[in-house]
Design a protein around this ligand. Structure first.
Ligand code: ARG
Length: 459
């Protein structure tokens, strides 16, 4: 047991199968940079409170930096006996420095160390997600700018409902992603409290200065209860939850665009570069990227489930169960990062097929609600106006007419005397869109204003 840092009280060797079962180095090695970052801050604090000499601290910092370079260059050996990334790095330091290296773990336990490493890693990962969200917001905003005059059928229940400007449609996703960004910010803020110094669970009798460590690592605060903090994985769960919602947003958008790129819709032309073919049907061009973005949502929501079930019923403080937090957390971040990147590529490359969209804009009586509101402005109660226009739509269907505008004038005035000759100015999708007024609506001036606001915000 001499090779184990905890081997003092043991006599026999660890069973190989136990080593294999308990190791985490296969997945926590990706924490190496953050582990070293935390250790350097810890060593500097130990020197600050004179638990290390300045010279010892310098040797440790130097040694840790060398180890980081070795890992980055692929010159570092990972072995099962050393269990996890913390013991690997510490053991390598001791190999380099002897007794000085043996001082680094003063006033620290792997329990507060791993919590700190994982928070540092998660904080960086949240920042990358925020970057991915901004890039995708910009892609949607650009698409809004590129399709300024395009009108789309808007849907509810996936049935044609009312006309909307394409720019209005794209901005809807800019807004969803803005809420995602605010959740990322929120999560980062609550996460940004230092665990290190909680030691195993109770703190330490040594005169450490946790504020010193917090400052060097950019934590806004120091965790106030050592028992709480060594078991706290709220930040991992919150992150997975924020990521799940991002994935859910992307899945809805991806589904929409899968539909839009079908022959049946023909709203969207996807560039060849983001599609794949079929090994048997030569004519196929499939939107696989969109399908996989939709499908990978399962992994992210799965990670959230895994994490919640992992901590459910865990007593204070550290339990080895918590080692299982990393694979789902990494998977959730990796998945969403990749999905955001690819989503931006798709949005940048996609073109609306305005010819095909326009050909069929007259279908679905998209102007019916606008005409009803015209009657309301003329003083007719809403319920009556609804009935009148519903009746006219019914007439169209009986006569096989696609458009309200194709009904003879006398049908309008017969349905309601307020529906005089001026009615024609209300009809058709272009007039219907122009008639909108309310804040947040698809009114052209309103949409222009929103584009302006987002251009400023995302500059
Ligand atoms: N590899 C462990 C983990 O990820 C590090 C902490 C181990 N602590 C312990 N007391 N065995 O959770």
């Amino acid at each position: 047991m001499a090779n184990k840092p905890w081997g003092g009280r043991f006599e026999g060797k660890t069973d190989r199968r136990v080593e294999q079962f308990t190791e985490s180095i296969s997945f926590d090695r990706r924490l190496f940079k953050h582990d070293i970052q935390g250790s350097i801050a810890h060593a500097r604090m130990l020197a600050h409170v004179e638990l290390l000499t300045t010279d010892e601290c310098q040797q440790i910092v130097q040694g840790l930096s060398e180890i980081q370079a070795e890992i980055e260059a692929g010159r570092f050996e990972f072995v099962l006996e050393r269990e996890d990334i913390h013991m690997h790095i510490e053991a390598a330091l001791i190999e380099k420095l002897g007794d000085v290296g043996r001082k680094l773990h003063t006033a620290r336990s792997r329990n507060d160390q791993v919590a700190t490493d994982l928070k540092l890693w998660t904080r960086d990962a949240l920042d990358r997600i925020d970057g991915g969200l901004v890039t995708l917001q910009r892609a949607f905003l650009d698409a809004a700018g590129r399709h300024r005059d395009v009108i789309l059928p808007g849907y509810t229940h996936l049935q044609r409902a009312q006309p909307v400007l394409a720019a209005h449609y794209f901005l809807a996703y800019v807004e969803k992603l803005a809420r995602d960004r605010s959740r990322v910010r929120d999560c980062r803020e609550r996460l940004n409290v230092l665990p290190l110094g909680a030691a195993a669970l109770a703190g330490t009798t040594l005169p450490i200065d946790r504020t010193h460590v917090a400052q060097s690592l950019g934590f806004a605060d120091v965790a106030a209860n050592s028992l709480d903090v060594s078991s706290d994985r709220d930040f991992a769960i919150e992150s997975a939850s924020v990521l799940s919602l991002i994935a859910v947003h992307l899945s809805g958008w991806a589904e929409e665009w899968v539909l839009w790129s079908t022959q049946e819709f023909s709203f969207l032309a996807l560039p060849d570069a983001i599609c794949t073919g079929s090994s048997i049907m030569p004519q196929k061009k499939n939107p696989d990227v969109l399908e996989l973005i939709r499908g990978r949502t399962g992994r992210v929501i799965g990670a959230l489930q895994t994490l919640l079930v992992l901590v459910k019923g865990l007593p204070l403080a550290y339990n080895r169960d918590l080692q299982e937090d990393k694979p789902p957390l990494f998977e959730a971040f990796d998945t969403v990062e990749a999905c955001l990147d690819l989503a931006a590529v798709v949005v940048e490359g996609a073109k609306l097929r305005t010819d095909r969209i326009n050909e069929r804009l007259d279908e679905g009586y998209l102007d019916a609600t606008t005409l009803m509101e015209y009657l309301i402005r003329e003083g007719i109660p809403q319920r009556t106006a609804h009935e009148v226009i519903g009746h006219l739509v019914g007439l169209c269907e009986q006569k096989g007419l696609n458009r309200l505008a194709d009904l003879p004038e006398e049908e309008f005035s017969r349905a309601n005397p307020k529906l005089g000759p001026k009615v024609k100015e209300q009809l058709g999708v272009a007039n219907a869109v122009k008639a909108f007024r309310s804040f947040g609506s698809t009114a052209p001036e309103e949409v222009e204003r929103q584009i302006g606001i987002w251009c400023d915000r995302l500059k």
